[in-house]
Design a binder for this molecule. Structure first.
Ligand SMILES: Cc1cc2nc3c(=O)[nH]c(=O)nc-3n(C[C@H](O)[C@H](O)[C@H](O)COP(=O)(O)OP(=O)(O)OC[C@H]3O[C@@H](n4cnc5c(N)ncnc54)[C@H](O)[C@@H]3O)c2cc1C
Length: 435
């Protein structure tokens, strides 16, 4: 059965990551080979698609999910695993765009995604090495000042799990001399991201949802109902949710025009000794620094160091991931110079010009959410809830996101990559000199 359906294309199997190597058992799902009818068709089995599917099934909808490759094949199965609260741009930036009153809603939702993940893990018994606690690490006085501002802002919106860290405090949590201080968010944390996605897919199926793998949506016939075609079948549905994010390609040209796929790379060491792991990250918190192009790292369930960073604009696969990430890791932890790297991989996230997610509707019945710009583990779980709310006729929270203004990247597809790289270079220089 497995060998009959497995595609000949290794690109459509999970990236050869630490996560794929340590994934919980999960069935190979069927390819869609017939014409089916449902309430909601969802394109993409990452967190956005799976979270939407779960919320909708819990609300009584019938759901079919089409996945071009495997469940969690995209960013959701490859990411740093860090449960980071709020959005890629914080609530104060949103406040400047939409005003105080509307921003209040965003503040209320800023910590909901992490709660949804924890609810899912508990309700559906998902084994994904969930750990609590995340540290934002400051490399200079300016970043420390920004973290104090972030703490005050998040507290104003209800997060009482925050603690400023001075240099000694952070040194007792992360064994490096690089940081001048930081902010601990006890409601942050980390997970094995692929196992979370696989567990959510199993939950979708336990509620009667159908997920088809190796079933790329290749054409959408817009209308009421909407019809989605794959190579060998079709789904006719009252509603469509498009959740292909950085891997959607040109299927919906209007979504491609206002976003840009970017790559980021991750390496994983061999398992560390208990003493090594305990000295690097004694409380097992995850860490991300405060640079524009940031480094992020944490321990896995079996005590490897998972270290990520770097951005490739336009999402070309870099030739040598080790050459990009190992120097970053050794700058933070020179004591790991003799440790072997067992896995390295790249994955794509979707950047928007404002770095805020894009949520909306095309026609009367095609909804989408995309572009969390690097911080999407929590937001995508919230997005699923918002999309299920709007299909149930409760639009207030969905409308708040949908009303965020979004511009296309300057220069269109050809020039957006060099323009963005130039912008990133500018911010990298500011980070470097702490200005
Ligand atoms: C390396 C890396 C590290 C990251 N680290 C973090 C982190 O630590 N914390 C954090 O908050 N965020 C992180 N992110 C971002 C986060 O992972 C993403 O924002 C989030 O997973 C996006 O989920 P998604 O479901 O929208 O997209 P994806 O997980 O990319 O899922 C999209 C799915 O749609 C499918 N698809 C696309 N087109 C079609 C089609 N035509 N038909 C059918 N299926 C289709 C794809 O195959 C894919 O499986 C990271 C991202 C990367 C790449």
């Amino acid at each position: 059965m497995e060998s009959k359906q497995r595609t000949q294309n290794p690109q459509l199997e999970h990236a050869s990551s630490y996560y794929a190597a340590s994934a919980n058992p999960s069935p190979l799902r069927e390819t869609l080979k017939e014409d089916v009818t449902t309430d909601v068709c969802i394109i993409g089995a990452g967190y956005t698609g799976l979270s939407s599917a779960l919320h909708l099934l819990e609300a009584g909808f019938n759901v079919v999910v089409l996945e071009a490759a495997r469940v969690g094949w995209g960013a959701s199965g490859r990411n740093g695993g860090q449960i980071v609260n709020s959005y890629s741009r914080d609530i104060d930036v949103i406040e400047k765009t939409v005003g105080k009153e509307k921003a209040r809603l965003f503040g209320e939702m800023a910590f909901e995604g992490g709660k949804i993940i924890r609810e899912r893990v508990e309700k559906y018994n998902i084994e994904c090495d969930l750990k609590n606690g995340g540290v934002f690490a400051a490399l200079n006085a300016k970043q420390m000042h920004e973290l104090e501002h972030q703490k005050a802002l998040w507290e104003r919106h209800g997060n009482d799990q925050l603690e400023m860290l001075n240099q000694n405090d952070i040194r007792s949590m992360v064994d490096t001399e690089r940081y001048v201080g930081g902010l601990l968010d006890k409601s942050g944390g980390h997970i094995h991201p692929l196992n979370l996605a696989l567990g959510e897919a199993a939950a979708v199926e336990s509620l009667g949802g159908n997920i088809y793998e190796h079933s790329a949506a290749i054409r959408i016939e817009r209308g009421e109902p909407v019809k989605v075609f794959t190579e060998q079948g079709s789904v006719t549905a009252s509603f469509l949710i498009v959740a292909g994010n950085a891997y959607l390609g040109g299927l919906m040209p209007e979504l491609r025009a206002k976003s840009m796929p970017c790559g980021t790379q991750v390496i994983t060491t061999e398992p560390l000794t208990d003493d090594q792991a305990k000295s690097l990250l004694p409380q097992d918190y995850c860490v991300e620094d405060c640079n524009y192009l940031l480094d992020y790292f944490r321990l896995s369930g079996d005590k490897r160091l998972i270290y990520g960073g770097g951005v490739v604009y336009g999402a070309r696969d870099p030739a040598d991931i080790d050459a990009i990430i190992i120097p970053k890791m050794l700058k933070t932890f020179p004591q790991l110079s003799n440790v072997k790297i067992d896995y390295r991989w790249t994955g794509n996230f979707l950047m928007t010009l404002s770095r805020l997610p894009q949520v909306g509707r095309v026609g009367s019945n095609i909804y989408y959410s995309q572009g969390c710009s690097g911080h999407g583990v929590t937001y995508t779980h919230l997005a699923g809830r918002l999309l299920s709310e709007v299909l149930r006729g409760q639009a207030e929270r969905y409308d708040a996101f949908a009303s965020l203004p979004h511009l296309p990247f300057p220069g269109g597809h050809v020039l957006s990559v060099p323009f963005s790289a130039l912008g990133a270079w500018y911010y990298t220089m500011r980070d470097k000199f702490g200005i």
